[in-house]
Write a protein that binds this ligand. Structure first.
Ligand code: ADP
Ligand code: MG
Length: 216
């Protein structure tokens, strides 16, 4: 079964938000949740890694900067958290007819563990598919920003925020490359604009994509 088909069969609409540290993903997810709720849309806002009690514990392992993880262990922990998140949170919400907005998803593993850490991209893709059972977003909003701008914005001191600038540049390039490969799935937004401008562009894309899905 094709992955987008799987999301379609579950009913509703699945949006992911991606980008480097401090790009504005969590801010945008919250704003979109508020705006859609205001419009009477049933919406679930969630974030990776995490989303349920087990995922939150895996998140602590991954983000705690005193943990030294091998790159394979890091990838597998993200995938374990993702498998849990998909089964326990995302699929049930989609089956209920909700719009699900997820702060980070499979493209984060491609960009960070693939492009950033240097793990073979096809291996990351395979593990992504294994963890998600083939569930893919209808729409992915990539907040594009030079990483040095994002690192100034963020207050995070987690294991990833502490990586060198070259790592974050590779992550950004990775995201842009993935977006070029799948232009029909991605909306790339310049994140160096006021958050209201970013949110309006994202909301437009969600609404036209949802309409397109219903009529197509
Ligand atoms: N478009 C924007 N312009 C300026 N600052 C922003 C913008 N979007 C988010 N911020 C601010 O940048 C910081 C990081 O945002 P956040 O949403 O936590 O980023 P992320 O989740 O991508 O790491 C926060 O203080 C947030 O208020
Ligand atoms: Mg965030």
């Amino acid at each position: 079964m094709k992955a987008v088909q799987l999301a379609d069969e579950l009913g509703s609409f699945f949006v992911t938000i991606e980008g480097v540290e401090g790009a504005g993903k969590s801010t945008l997810a919250r704003l979109l949740g508020e705006k859609l709720k205001h419009d009477g849309v049933q919406v679930v806002v969630t974030a990776e890694p995490g989303g349920d009690p087990v995922g939150e514990q895996i998140r602590q392992l991954l983000l705690n900067s005193s943990n030294t993880l091998t790159r394979k262990a890091e990838l597998l922990l993200f995938e374990a958290a993702r498998a849990q998140h998909v089964e326990r949170v995302i699929k049930p919400a989609l089956a209920n007819g909700a719009v699900v907005i997820c702060d980070r998803f499979t493209d984060s593993s491609l960009a960070y563990q693939g492009w950033g850490r240097g793990i073979n991209i096809s291996e990351v893709r395979m593990l992504n598919d294994y963890a998600t059972g083939g569930l893919r977003p209808h729409l992915t909003i990539l907040l594009d920003l030079p990483p040095e701008r994002g690192l100034v914005r963020t207050r995070s001191t987690d294991r990833f925020s502490r990586e060198c600038i070259e790592f974050h540049r590779a992550v950004r390039e990775g995201y842009l490359s993935i977006a070029r490969e799948e232009p029909e799935r991605f909306l790339v937004v310049n994140a160096d604009q006021p958050i209201e401008v970013v949110a309006a562009a994202a909301l437009d894309a969600i609404n036209s994509c949802r309409l397109g899905k219903e009529s197509g």
